[in-house]
Design a protein around this ligand. Structure first.
Ligand SMILES: [Zn+2]
Length: 192
């Protein structure tokens, strides 16, 4: 295996970590975790059992990826953003087994801003963009820009990360030239 882990990181026996992945100071990766190739885990990142992380995923400092979370390829997790895996936690009524954990899926290319919170059980669509500090409480369509508490859809973003303006049904990214079409009020697709 040719990944890098800083000497201060704990990689439990049995964890699967792909080539060229870098795991920085004070991280903890549990035994059942699967992490792909060319990923970066910043300082103080926790990856639980049964978590699946794809390739080219970047996780900034102070993120805990709890059991039930799936991160597809090229997902970006901003610093100190928060995942959860139990919807109604109670210390007096423990819900802390795998059966209690809801699945949260972050799809290909999506970005989650600093300090955002993702309530468990949702799917964040491909290339979606969650603004810093937003609280995601429901599914997010692909390419959707979400902001606020609770997060609302406030626009669309290109795969390159720049906001898209739709004057009509079709638009071209000012930054990279990719083209998109609005399919419905809550759905766009890339056409070129
Ligand atoms: Zn673009």
């Amino acid at each position: 295996m040719s990944f890098f882990a800083h000497e201060s990181a704990y990689i439990d026996d049995g964890a699967t970590i792909g080539d060229s992945t870098k795991i920085w100071h004070f991280c903890h990766v549990m035994s059942g975790a699967e992490i792909g190739e060319h990923c970066s885990l910043g300082q103080n990142v926790f990856v639980a059992n049964r978590v699946i992380i794809g390739n080219h995923v970047k996780i900034q400092n102070n993120v805990s990826v709890y059991e039930g979370v799936i991160l597809e390829d090229y997902v970006f997790c901003g610093p100190s953003m928060v995942f959860t895996n139990v919807k109604t936690p109670r210390s007096a009524y423990p819900r802390n087994t795998s059966d209690n954990y809801l699945t949260t899926r972050v799809k290909y290319g999506a970005s989650i801003g600093a300090n955002a919170t993702v309530i468990c059980g949702v799917t964040i669509g491909e290339w979606a963009f969650v603004a810093a500090g937003a609280v995601i409480t429901k599914d997010v369509p692909p390419y959707s820009l979400m902001a606020g508490v609770p997060a609302r859809h406030i626009g669309w973003v290109c795969e390159c990360g720049v906001t898209l303006a739709f004057a009509r049904e079709e638009t071209t990214c000012d930054n990279c030239g990719k083209q998109y079409r609005q399919v419905s009020v809550d759905r766009i697709e890339r056409t070129a």
